[in-house]
Design a protein around this ligand. Sequence first.
Ligand code: IMP
Length: 194
Amino acid sequence: MTDASSDLVAPPPFRRLFANQDIVRRAAELGRDLRAALGEAPPCLVQVIEGARPFARLIQRAFPGQVLHDVRAKSYQGTQSVGEVRVDLLGGLDAAAVAGREVVVLEDIVDTGRTVAALRRELLGLGATRVRVAALLSKPSRRVVEVEVEHVGFEIPDEFVIGFGMDLDERYRDLPDVVVYDADVERGAAASEA
Ligand code: IMP
């Protein structure tokens, strides 16, 4: 039998920006805003995986019965945006799912704006009547591309955040809160464990 307690190591004491219950409350407001902004026809919901999954599940509650389509967009290495965005539309997200419909892109965080710009281009190219973006977080001071983000949970300063789906090279996605990544805090925690 394996010892489950080894999985329960406390995360480094990163500075918390948003507690889980505040995120859940804000996402419910965004869900209501989206419903009010959209017409009667059900929208095509598109989540940018992996990071947006927890946020998208909360938004989905406002649209009972609507599936979440997946898209993958890669633009980051470590804490650095590498400029080019590679967009992969995953199973079922094709012209038949999108054409003639309003599409809502659900994103964890909008930073330079390149990902949202690339997704909007791609989805309009597939025939969406309109593409609306809802993001849990936005860092307006980091924009390189002018993009409209119609629904923003919280604006934050230029800090690299992790948790609630957001990662640093696949680490820390499972933290329930949004916290600020700090390499010194991480090193300090590792040293005190050794
Ligand atoms: P953009 O294309 O520069 O707007 O970047 C959007 C993507 O970069 C997001 O979907 C995230 O995957 C990633 N990203 C940007 N800032 C952060 C951050 O502070 N923490 C984690 N991921 C981030």
